[in-house]
Design a protein around this ligand. Structure first.
Ligand SMILES: [Zn+2]
Length: 437
């Protein structure tokens, strides 16, 4: 059986992964086993009405067999996931879970439209790809759920059933893990802290983790921005290392943790496209040449234009990308690059997540005016592109007479936005270099 839950939290609080933890505890109480790791599946990051991270939670359960892996802990009780599922009839309907789930929905928030799906059969993989890269209408999902004989519940607009269904359809071909710790319920609204130094030490010691700390902006990325049940979440490519990493981080008290298998850091949302074929709300990889020098516009955003022969499009490094904007400012017309990012609608731009510099143009910059061939004095510019003249002798020379030097250019390779501006799905350059998947 697969249980999918989505769109239960709000920007202000709660977290669907906590609802997942509560569901797991109930499922175990009812006598079933968790199969594998629970899943946290991020979907299209560009859709306008997303809650916080646009992530759905999927729990597979039944009768376990094979190896038992520790996937979490709740108030000292260890939680296990089984390697395989053995046959056996499961007599469970959503009625047995609904009260525990509903209790943690942020139903009052206008943008929160929860959906829950319970199904024996997995859904076609194509649903996942469409939901992570585009948009699926709720009517189509409802029809599919009815045809599949799945049980589902919608709250308010019930959009959560889209993510819940697409999450169940995910095949985890590329995956990472996230270990989340949760503060006790009576402390959901209290201040909490995570010790910065301990996060840096953990980040340096546990190599398979990523996006823990932003050194450039001195920002603890494992801590959520809003008050949620989550104290911190550590991401990594090896789930066993995450338990070690947890033991190194110091901070407020937590009474539970859970490891999710996720599509975070996989770049699953991106598709290679020609510029003429791109649409709003998609995330794309475009290869082209810079055709307009980057400029800094109001608000501190940096904008430039690329073309691939089929069309041209503006690319933007927005203000929250901080120091990454200086990388982008170093581009010149003629540079061949790949741009990775989501397409915004309001100002049709590619919101850059990372770039790959493939080949740079040789840029010559004037470092000195020419000297007069007769008297040896420095000559003066007549005007842009018009050459130089000696004030004393009146001799004129062309532009080429000046002294030029080759500009030191940005090195080929990948450049990404800092951790503070990182999107859940964006594959960190570190993972690209390590060739994890
Ligand atoms: Zn002269």
């Amino acid at each position: 059986m697969y249980l999918g839950i989505d769109d239960t939290d709000s920007r202000e609080g709660m977290c669907t992964t906590f609802v997942g933890l509560k569901a797991i505890m109930r499922i175990i109480e009812l006598g079933y086993d968790i199969i594998g790791y629970p899943r946290l599946v991020r979907l299209n990051p560009n859709i306008p009405w997303k809650t916080r991270g646009n992530g759905s939670v999927v729990i597979r359960f039944g009768y376990g067999s094979g190896e038992r892996i520790k996937i979490g802990e709740m108030e000292g009780e260890e939680i296990y996931g089984y390697a395989r599922e053995k046959k056996g009839k499961i007599h469970l309907s959503l009625d047995a879970l609904i009260d525990i789930l509903e209790k943690y929905f942020v139903i009052a928030d206008e943008n929160t439209n929860p959906g829950i799906v319970l199904t024996e059969r997995k859904f076609p993989e194509s649903l996942y790809w469409r939901a992570v890269r585009g948009l699926i209408e709720i009517e189509e999902i409802e029809e599919l759920l009815r045809n599949e004989g799945a049980e589902y519940r919608k709250y308010k607009l019930g959009r959560g059933i889209i993510g819940a269904t697409a999450g169940i359809a995910w095949r985890a071909k590329k995956k990472t893990y996230e270990l989340l710790t949760y503060v006790p319920e009576e402390k959901f609204n209290s201040e909490r802290f995570v010790d910065e130094r301990s996060v840096i030490e953990m980040d340096r010691a546990i190599k398979s983790t990523f996006d823990n700390y932003d050194y450039e902006n001195r920002y603890i990325a494992i801590m959520p921005n809003s008050k949620t049940p989550v104290l911190y979440g550590i991401r990594g490519s090896d789930p066993r290392d995450l338990i070690k990493a947890k033991s190194m981080v110091k901070g407020s008290e937590f009474n539970a943790f859970l490891i999710y298998e996720t599509n975070q850091g996989t770049d699953d949302h991106l598709q290679r496209k020609k510029i003429k074929d791109i649409h709003s709300y998609e995330s794309v990889i475009l290869r082209g040449k810079v055709i307009e020098r980057p400029i800094r516009i109001e608000g501190g955003h940096v904008i430039f234009k690329i073309s691939d022969g089929t069309g041209s499009v503006e690319c933007a490094a927005y203000e929250p990308t901080k120091g990454f904007r200086d990388v982008v400012m170093a581009l010149y017309p003629g540079d061949e690059i790949e741009v990775y990012g989501g397409i915004r609608k309001d100002r049709f731009t590619v919101n850059i997540e990372k770039i790959r510099v493939i080949k740079t143009e040789e840029i010559m910059v004037k470092v000195e005016n020419p000297t007069c061939p007769k008297c040896g004095r420095k000559m003066e510019s007549i005007g842009k592109g018009k050459g130089y003249r000696c004030r004393k002798c009146g001799i004129k020379v062309g532009e080429e007479a000046a002294k030029y030097e080759e500009l030191k250019r940005i090195k080929p390779g990948y450049y990404e936005v800092p951790v503070i501006a990182r999107r859940h799905l964006a594959k960190p350059v570190k993972l690209i270099m390590e060739n994890v998947f």
